[in-house]
Design a protein around this ligand. Structure first.
Ligand code: GLN
Length: 454
């Protein structure tokens, strides 16, 4: 049924970059056979899951929606893929995204933009826009995305689904193509908190080959969500955040209404401060490009990825010439912009002024959250400043595009978990999400509150 839905709807929305029809049918048949024989099956037996195209899969390409990796098929599976296969999930294909996960609209993809299933003239959000759209269009019940500065939550919000960015290290990054290694996390996207919980339970856990993965037991998230009683829970709201320029009235209204729903469920709303929140976006846009420029230096045309066959520039010689042309042809303009910013900020003489300073501010931002979580169990606020905007609207204005991340990058800088949950529609019928954030490793709390809200 997923394959039919993709065939029917994908020509309009362009959410899927690769369909693994044969392998998916083989897995589904195998599950059916084992079910009929009464054999034990995994928790996701027969469930079709779509995978953001920056997670390594041995039987499908992994292109990061970049010309640079157009034909790349990785020699190993990411840990999350191995876990999904072990749980008997059906891996249906790979999803469209912003190139190397840099963007908030899915428009920087080498495959062309994904369109929002709710309105095809609107962006689906990014960078996991394909993963959000494929669920929202009913192609698959769930998908995996990655979130470095909001890339799971913001598209989830724009497409009216639920998306969770786990605590840094909760899900292994082994086999995730790195954008900004200290911020990246893989996470689940689906309609409901229940489905997100089940998927998180499957993909979370320690991986010895990933030194940043956390060696702590994985709770049974799907059990944590069973009670809807929020009595005694304190939910912090950042009043300043609701006064911020650029926050759409419809989003402000959704957050206010969500506060009332939580009060009706028995929670108490408290005011909190995150005094350095105005520095989230500038800090993120130093740290993320710095790490990206370092991570992306491996695409030189020599080891793997696109290799240019352009003529040698005599001034550069054969090697430099190949590097230069391969990178020039392989990367799109947003990726090049990030590499230039990062290289500049990491260079001698500027390192202390930019990168080191950003790391210090990051510590202050973490401290803000520690203090806020002394007063509140969860924080509630917007996911994105607006609902989905029109294609092309912000493509030529990087600063406007970066401001889409106003509410999401804080959780990445602090390493804490956060979820976006659907919270109604705006006047033009487009979905709006609200965001909950929790202290590190408190995904259960997020899911429990999200399930009660839904
Ligand atoms: N929009 C942000 C960026 O462009 C976040 C991307 C992400 O989380 N991968 O960097």
């Amino acid at each position: 049924r997923s394959l039919d839905a993709i065939a029917q709807t994908d020509p309009k929305i362009n959410a899927v970059t690769h369909v693994a029809a044969e392998a998916a049918l083989a897995t589904a048949d195998d599950v059916d056979r084992r079910r009929a024989a009464g054999q034990p099956l995994g928790a996701l037996a027969g469930v079709p899951i779509a995978i953001k195209d920056l997670i390594c899969t041995t039987d499908m390409p992994t292109t990061c929606a970049s010309r640079m990796l157009r034909d790349f098929v990785p020699p190993y599976d990411a840990t999350v893929i191995r876990k999904l296969r072990d749980a008997d999930a059906v891996l249906i294909g790979k999803t469209n995204m912003d190139e190397f996960a840099m963007g908030a609209s899915n428009e920087t993809s080498a495959y062309g933009p994904t369109r929002n299933p709710w309105n095809h003239d609107r962006i689906p959000g990014g960078s996991s826009g394909g993963s959000a759209a494929t669920v929202a269009a009913g192609q698959v019940p769930a998908s995996l995305g990655s979130d470095t500065g909001g890339s799971i939550r913001q598209p989830a919000s724009h497409c009216g689904i639920t998306g969770l960015k786990p605590t840094y290290g909760r899900v292994s990054r082994y086999g995730l193509v790195a954008f900004a290694s200290s911020l990246d996390q893989i996470g689940p996207m689906a309609w409901s908190a229940e489905d997100v919980a089940l998927l998180l339970e499957t993909i979370a856990g320690y991986e010895p080959r990933d030194s940043t993965s956390l060696d702590t037991p994985v709770p049974e998230y799907s059990k944590a969500i069973q009670s809807a009683d929020l009595r005694g829970i304190k939910i912090g709201v950042l009043r300043d955040g609701l006064e911020q320029d650029g926050l759409d009235e419809s989003v402000r209204k959704s957050v206010t209404e969500a506060m009332q729903v939580f009060i009706d469920l028995g929670a108490e709303i408290v005011d909190v401060q995150l005094p350095h929140s105005q520095y989230w976006v500038p800090t993120y846009y130093v740290i993320a490009p710095c790490e990206a420029s370092s991570n992306l230096s491996r695409y030189d045309g020599a080891h793997y990825g696109h290799r240019s066959d352009a003529d040698i520039d005599p001034a550069d010689g054969p090697l430099l010439s190949m590097y230069r042309h391969s990178r020039q042809e392989g990367f799109g303009s947003e990726v090049k912009r990030r590499i230039m910013i990062g290289t500049y900020a990491l260079s001698t003489g500027y390192y202390d002024a930019y990168y080191n300073k950003a790391l210090k501010v990051r510590r202050l931002i973490r401290g803000d959250y520690d203090a806020a979580f002394q007063q509140a169990d969860l924080l509630l606020g917007p996911t994105a400043p607006t609902s989905a905007f029109a294609l092309g609207d912000k493509l030529d204005d990087p600063i406007q595009m970066y401001l889409c991340d106003l509410y999401t990058v804080g959780a990445n800088l602090a390493g804490i978990p956060a979820i976006s949950i659907p919270a109604g529609l705006d006047d033009s019928g487009l979905p709006i999400g609200v965001q909950l954030q929790a202290p590190a490793l408190e995904e259960s709390r997020l899911l429990f509150a999200a399930a009660a809200f839904q």
